[in-house]
Design a protein around this ligand. Structure first.
Ligand code: SF4
Ligand code: SF4
Length: 94
């Protein structure tokens, strides 16, 4: 899977430097043209092998802003999360 940044993003920038694989781009580089940050799903590895939880979601001050997105073939996924999470659920962070 990957994570996705939703339109409640306030473009604060807290997440971008936390990503170990540079999957996040800022609002200026968002390929959709929206004025929010953006996660390239084909780059996001859910921080597997880097952190115990998605680092971007842990850093984000906006509750519910970063959600699980669709499964991307070939990308790692957190086994403990399983297939039950639907798009729109917030990654579990403390
Ligand atoms: S979950 Fe991890 S790899 Fe994916 S965008 Fe967030 S910080 Fe980057
Ligand atoms: S930390 Fe959250 S609110 Fe801030 S830019 Fe990233 S996704 Fe948007």
């Amino acid at each position: 899977m990957a994570v996705e940044i939703t339109d409640i993003c306030i473009a604060c920038g807290a997440c971008i430097d936390e990503c170990p694989v540079e999957a996040i781009v800022d609002d200026d580089d968002n390929p959709t043209g929206e004025d929010i940050y953006y996660v390239y799903a084909d780059k996001c590895v859910e921080c597997v092998g880097h952190h115990d939880e998605p680092a971007c979601a842990a850093a984000c001050p906006t509750e519910g802003c970063i959600v699980w997105s669709d499964v991307v073939d070939g990308q790692p996924s957190r086994d403990e999360i399983g297939a039950d999470l639907r798009k729109g659920d917030t990654p579990c962070v403390e």
